[in-house]
Write a protein that binds this ligand. Sequence first.
Ligand SMILES: *Cc1c(COP(=O)(O)O)cnc(C)c1O
Length: 223
Amino acid sequence: MNRIRERIKEIKSTLPGDVTLVAVSKFHPAEAIMQAYEAGQRVFGESRATELAEKAASLPDDITWHFIGHLQTNKVRLVVPHASLIQSVDSERLLRCIDAESRRAGKVTDVLLQVHVAMEETKYGFLPDELINLLDNGILEETPGVRVRGIMGMASNVDDDARIAADFKSIRATFDRIKSMSLPQAMDFNIVSMGMSDDYRLAIDCGSNMIRIGTTIFGAREY
Ligand SMILES: *Cc1c(COP(=O)(O)O)cnc(C)c1O
């Protein structure tokens, strides 16, 4: 039988009902995506603007595309028409750029703010306090072209479950802090995207409701 289809079914059968599975299809060909599609999967994550635009143009219209990688502002125009959720907003400049491009295109783009709690300096995202300050300063009143739906984060890339759980708990705590603020879009602020192939069960235990899984579904990526 088809392995991608089997893996999707296996993962889905163990997920709580309120957890959304994003199948991370970056670097995998259209045929692989179609196998997942045939298993009923409709939400896919991509991390490069051109790849997202090409796949969105050639694959079925009822697929929902999430952008999950670091997005350069000069690529925003390629992503906005296709992405139903941009998960990786990691700077004020990028947020404002997505807002401007969305308004130009006559749409409102759903986004997640990426929070940085991991040890690695190389990871992108706002520090929790930075994010609270940005929102406190009223940025959402100035950016009607985006709807902030929640936050996204990654745990440290370590072998230590205690550290990984601590990172997930800080991401969740940042979500809860923001949720308790009186924001313009408070009603729609309900997504906590955390957990990948190696750590998604732990992430769900720590309060995730959206997981992003690539390798476990599609196998190793060839870069
Ligand atoms: C690639 C990627 C994933 C998927 O990682 P796997 O370990 O292959 O499941 C999830 N989230 C982000 C932000 C990614 O870039």
